[in-house]
Each structure stands twice: as structure tokens, then as C-alpha cells.
Design a protein around this ligand. Structure first.
Ligand SMILES: [Zn+2]
Ligand SMILES: [Zn+2]
Length: 475
């Protein structure tokens, strides 16, 4: 079973939720209490009743085998062959010891009351658990074995048991078990955890956001260990105009592992990416398998990102190490990515922040340099461009992204334009815009798809020479 599924680059929230449901199934049902209090005496004129009128969870009460903790009930589950584990959890008696030794205590008491009990032929397998608890030791050693060398402080268990076993157990327990008897799944998890804590005294067993999720198949005894990812938050500055934010597979070979001629065997369209310049040193430090990069938006490859940088969360998958000196890693990243990418700090994050980062829309400030055909005098240029400050743009989906974005018209505000100056036939300025403004289109008008535009205001053809994200106003 593969819990990570195909990598879509999206946070796998739904999948995790699903797994949580599955993993917690045993716990949830543990809270179901057998409803013996639900029986009400019927207020008929007749006070006679023979017992058959009463129903307990849909079945007539067997007066020879009432629910535990009645001694007859305990005798009944012994007669049908309950193992000591199941006897303990169904009997509803306080015992000195938990689990099987507690069950044995109850069995000895019951035999002392009724020596006949020992004479019953019991089936080979406990009808409640099919001797599942015999496998606890085996499961525990497999868990110990398969988690060796993986740093973790919390574990969550998920148990998979055959449906018919669960149903049969539920039927016997609700009819003969004491109120609030622990169901099989929950009791089985308890037994595993109890024994495992002897091997892992510092590990906590929890029901959400564990370091390791361990799925146990009660039928095949297969153990699956899912090492949950770790998340790191920071902001990056991109100092180069030749680097994409995320890893791009080679177009020719689609990122084949051994690459092709066109990508010189790298499998990559661009050798470097922000994702790998930052992610690789971290992946190596945490002895992990791969990374996913979740940025608060992205800039084009040829756009630098300066100022305090762009917020992102890096997801580090299948890490063998979960604790490390983050300040040291900041230096490692900055040294190896020198001149291309920089980060100021790193802090631990969590999956929830991925969504937050991806959904945040912030105003941005840009510096932009453009070339103007047949440029008018400086005064006219500055005046015309400054007149766009405060204007609301209408932008049709740009031609260059129309293959992947729905066609629609967006209204975006130019918050301010400042520091406009002219050098020969080039103009430079600072722009602050609402989130989601297409800046290049604002300059050249995208053949009239953006109105108004710098090109329109100057009545000239304009060409963007370069563009920097000066600040992302995210806080
Ligand atoms: Zn049993
Ligand atoms: Zn290639």
C-alpha cells in the first residue's frame, strides 16, 4: 500500500484525512458503550414477564448467559472459548494485572465457583479474536526492526482486521460483554503499544500528527511504516534571472532518470531551481527521500526576487532524521547556493502552513526597466506613467499563460507608481500592485488585453528589459 500516491506537488491533505479516519477507526468504536441501561421495564397492567419480552441490542437475553460482569456471563464466555485477553476485556472485573494475566485471574476465580466449567470442550481458536493476541510479540519485533535507524518520538497505529472477525466479535461482545468493554481493535493496539514501550521508552503513542504511522495487517501480519514528512518555513531571495522556482523536468526526455542528450543526462530543463538549491542541502542533512516546494506564488524565471524574499514551506519527505541545527543549515544553503539564492533563517513548520502560504495573496512592489520606441520627452514620460498610479486595471488572461489559465478579465489595482526616471530610450520605475497583477502585460499591454497600460499611456511600443520583485508585503 502506498500512502503517498502520485506526486502532484499539492499537499495531500485529503489523503491524510482519509488515513486518519482509517487509523482511528479502532479508537472511535472504543467509545461505544453497550446499552444495558437502555432496557426499560414495560409498564403493562400485567406485572408478569418471562424475560423473552426484553431485548438487549436486538437479541433476546439468554438468562443462562447474561452480560458480564454477571458470573453466569463470565462462565458463558469461558465456555465459548474466550482467550485470557478477551476474557479480561469483556468480563468487566477489576484485576490486579492488565491483559492476559488479568484474564487468567478471572478464569481461576470462575473455575473456583464452578468446577464443571473446566470440563467444557472449547474451540481451538478464541471466537472473539481468533488468537490475534498471540501475534503481539511478533508484531512488536517487526515494528522494532522496521523502524530501526528512523528518528521518531511519536507513533500512531492503524490496525486492519478482517471484517467478518470484527462483526462476529462485535456481536459476542455486545451481547455478552460487560458495559464499555474495550473492542478488539482498540485492545489489540493497547497490547502492541504496551509491549512496544518496553523497547521504545521515550516514544509517545498518539492519535494525530505522528512522526511514524504504522499500519498493521492483523491477517497477514504485514507492517507498513509511513515516515511522515517534516516541514520548514522560510523566505527566499532569488538573485539570478535564470532559475525557476521549482524543479523542471527536461522537455525532451520528460525528466527521465538518466536524462538525455538535450539535458546532458540531468533530466532537468534548468540545472538549478530554488527548490533544489535550498531543498537538496536540507534533504541530505535530514537523510530524506525528496522534497516538495510550496511557495507563496512564484516569479518568472527571468525575474529576481529581492527584499525580504518570498515565503515558502519546504516539505521534506521520508526523513530519517527529524532534529537538526537549523542555523547551521541556513549557512550550508547560503554557501552552496551563493549568488543564486539566499535565505535568512529557517523554522519548523507543519502541513497546515502549506495551505496558508499557498492561499495568501499579498501586494507586491516591483522595480521595472523598459525600452520605449520613439521615446517622448522625459516630462511627458514621467507624467503619463505617473497618471496610472491608483488606477484599476482590466487584464484579460495573458496570451503567454492562456494555455493553462481560464480566460477571464481580472480587475487589479496599481497601488502606486514612484521613482520614474528616463535614461536614453529606457525608463525605470517602482510599482506597487495588488496581488495577481500581470506586470509585464501592464507594461506592453499584451496587444490591448490589459487596459490601461504603460504602452497605452505613452502611445508607444514598450518592451520590458528586466523586472525585480522588490518586496512581497506578506506580513
Ligand atoms: Zn481472544
Ligand atoms: Zn532530457
Amino acid at each position: 500500500m502506498n500512502w503517498d500516491g502520485p506526486d502532484t506537488g499539492e499537499p495531500k491533505l485529503d489523503e491524510e484525512d482519509e488515513w486518519q479516519l482509517y487509523a482511528s477507526a479502532g479508537y472511535a468504536s472504543a467509545e461505544v458503550v453497550t446499552e444495558t441501561e437502555g432496557i426499560e421495564e414495560e409498564e403493562h397492567e400485567e406485572v408478569w414477564f418471562d424475560g423473552d419480552d426484553l431485548e438487549l441490542t436486538g437479541a433476546p437475553i439468554d438468562w443462562d448467559a447474561p452480560p458480564c460482569p454477571a458470573p453466569l456471563g463470565i462462565a458463558h464466555i469461558i465456555r465459548i472459548g474466550a482467550c485470557d485477553h478477551c476474557l479480561h476485556r469483556l468480563a468487566g472485573r477489576r484485576t490486579e494485572l492488565p491483559g492476559a494475566p488479568g484474564g487468567e485471574e478471572i478464569r481461576i476465580e470462575a473455575l473456583a465457583r464452578d468446577a464443571e466449567l473446566a470440563k467444557f470442550e472449547t474451540p481451538d481458536l478464541c471466537p472473539l479474536c481468533e488468537d490475534l493476541f498471540d501475534d503481539v510479540g511478533n508484531i512488536v519485533s517487526r515494528v522494532v526492526e522496521s523502524t530501526e535507524g528512523i528518528e521518531h518520538s511519536t507513533i500512531q497505529f492503524g490496525i486492519h482486521l478482517p471484517k467478518d472477525l470484527i462483526q462476529e466479535e462485535d456481536r459476542i461482545r455486545s451481547r455478552h460483554g460487560a458495559p464499555a468493554s474495550r473492542p478488539l481493535k482498540a485492545a489489540f493496539v493497547d497490547a502492541i503499544q504496551n509491549e512496544l514501550s518496553g523497547h521504545m521508552p521515550n516514544v509517545k503513542f498518539i492519535k494525530e500528527r505522528p512522526d511514524l504511522m504504522i499500519l498493521v495487517d492483523g491477517l497477514t501480519l504485514r507492517i507498513d511504516v509511513d515516515v511522515r514528512p517534516v516541514f520548514l518555513y522560510s523566505r527566499y531571495r532569488k538573485l539570478s534571472r535564470e532559475i525557476p522556482q521549482t524543479r523542471w523536468p527536461c522537455r525532451a526526455c520528460r525528466g527521465r532518470e538518466d536524462g538525455c542528450e538535450s539535458c546532458e543526462g540531468t533530466g532537468l530543463q534548468y540545472l538549478h531551481s530554488v527548490q533544489d538549491l535550498i531543498g537538496e542541502p536540507l534533504r541530505i542533512a535530514l537523510n530524506a527521500e525528496d522534497t516538495s516546494f510550496h511557495g507563496m506564488g512564484r516569479e518568472d524565471i527571468d525575474v529576481r526576487c529581492l527584499g525580504s524574499g518570498r515565503p515558502f514551506v519546504l516539505e521534506i519527505k521520508n526523513p530519517k532524521i527529524r532534529e537538526t541545527d537549523l542555523d547551521k543549515l541556513v549557512s550550508t544553503v547560503n554557501e552552496s547556493a551563493e549568488g543564486k539564492v539566499e535565505i535568512d533563517s529557517l523554522r519548523w513548520s507543519k502541513r497546515g502552513e502549506v495551505r496558508k502560504v499557498k492561499e495568501t495573496r499579498s501586494e507586491k512592489t516591483y522595480t521595472i526597466r523598459l525600452k520605449v520606441d520613439d521615446i517622448p520627452d522625459e516630462n511627458t514620460v514621467v507624467k503619463s506613467i505617473s497618471s496610472l498610479s491608483g488606477v484599476v486595471l482590466e487584464q484579460e488572461t495573458p496570451k503567454r499563460v492562456s494555455h493553462r489559465r481560464a480566460a477571464k478579465t481580472r480587475k487589479r489595482k496599481i497601488v502606486s507608481i514612484s521613482d520614474v526616471f528616463v535614461e536614453g530610450d529606457e525608463v525605470q520605475m517602482t510599482l506597487r500592485c495588488e496581488a495577481g497583477t500581470y506586470i509585464k502585460e501592464l507594461v506592453h499591454s499584451d496587444e490591448g488585453r490589459t487596459v490601461p497600460s504603460v504602452s497605452g499611456a505613452l502611445e508607444r511600443e514598450c518592451e520590458v528589459l528586466w523586472l525585480d520583485v522588490e518586496e512581497i508585503h506578506a506580513d
